[in-house]
Write a protein that binds this ligand. Structure first.
Ligand code: AMP
Length: 320
């Protein structure tokens, strides 16, 4: 590894581990190095891991998904690049692991939104940029869904942004979370619930592509507001945030809701005017958002249908 890459600095911490910025010594290209949770045993790379990696590689051919450039094995004897602070004895004890090498992008959507909200020059994200980012997000999500892959944890931190080109790409796809998204990250930080669909919060066991579209709706609203739409700090509070704005769901609105595993009796709130929560969006934008935030997963708009919504009529789609 250290022959191939020059490690520069830590750029982030994801749910599963640290992400480093590095330089490919042969080409000078900037890359992001990510250690996977997939530890190899005596037999080598587990077949489930191989399947996930090849899926990731296949999906990453879309322009709207962060490109996986290579996969590197790091054994005991050459892990110095990855963890220069750990001494040789410690390295010998470590199992070999897999590193994913991704193209490097200069920022993520969370940092990008923060830079528009805080600091010396607070300003809204231009409407045309919100529209373009949302379209690219829908395009990336539609690509995953058409290959039968759910992301399950879409959030601004997982969307990387190339500021100069105005490109948005999906990162942190599916790897190692075949069944559930963990509640705590590897550093025991609470994993954010803000983008989690109500059916997931209510304990559904039937995940569908609609869980990602709920997250897309929350991200759309957050770009427009520069502030999260439903910032809950527990699963219960998360549901209350949603119910207060969209109204407490009823059997009428969402058949089957009251027999879901984690359903309780909640205060009965009436739906509020969604437009007031996103004052910078036009009527088409509010209509699209309302279709992404439908309670019944079967009623929620798909990524593909969202791309044809009239909110995007003024966008020059030929550039994508
Ligand atoms: P993730 O584990 O993908 O959620 O990554 C955690 C953080 O690392 C992200 O929020 C980004 O700030 C950063 N990051 C991840 N992948 C990249 C990349 N390809 N280029 C630049 N920064 C990245």
């Amino acid at each position: 590894m250290e022959d191939k890459y020059e490690k520069l600095e830590k750029v982030g911490e994801g749910t599963y581990g640290k992400v480093y910025k590095a330089k490919d010594k042969a080409t000078g290209q900037l890359v992001a190095l990510k250690k996977t949770r997939l530890e190899m045993d005596e037999e080598g790379v587990p077949p489930t891991a191989l399947r996930e990696i090849s899926l990731l590689q296949m999906l990453s051919h879309s322009l709207y998904i962060v490109r996986l450039l290579s996969v590197e094995h790091v054994g005991h004897s050459n892990s110095a690049l990855v963890d220069p602070n750990c001494d040789i004895k410690d390295q010998k004890k470590k199992k070999p692991s897999l590193y994913l090498v991704f193209e490097y992008l200069d920022t993520d959507l969370k940092k990008y939104i923060d830079s528009h909200r805080k600091g010396a020059n607070p300003r809204p994200l231009p409407n045309s940029l919100v529209q373009s980012f949302l379209f690219q997000l829908c395009k990336g999500v539609a690509h995953c869904h058409s290959h039968g892959v759910l992301h399950r944890d879409l959030k601004p931190q997982n969307l990387l942004v190339d500021k100069e080109k105005g490109i948005l790409k999906i990162a942190d796809l599916g790897l190692g979370r075949a069944f559930t998204v963990p509640l705590k990250s590897y550093t025991h930080e609470i994993v954010t619930l803000w983008y989690r669909a109500p059916e997931v919060l209510l304990g559904t066991t039937h995940y569908s592509t609609a869980v990602d579209m709920w997250s897309v709706g929350c991200i759309f609203a957050e770009m427009a507001r520069r502030q999260a739409l439903f910032p809950g700090d527990s699963e219960f509070q998360q549901l209350l945030h949603i119910f207060r704005l969209l109204g407490t769901p009823s059997e009428n609105l969402w058949p089957g809701v009251s027999s879901m595993r984690d359903w309780h009796v909640y205060p009965r709130w009436e739906p509020q005017n969604l437009a007031r929560a996103v004052p910078s969006l036009d009527a088409d934008g509010v209509d699209l958002l309302s279709k992404m935030l439908k309670y019944d997963p079967g009623d929620r708009i798909s990524a593909k249908a969202a791309m044809d919504h009239s909110y995007f009529d003024s966008l020059d789609k030929s550039q994508f």
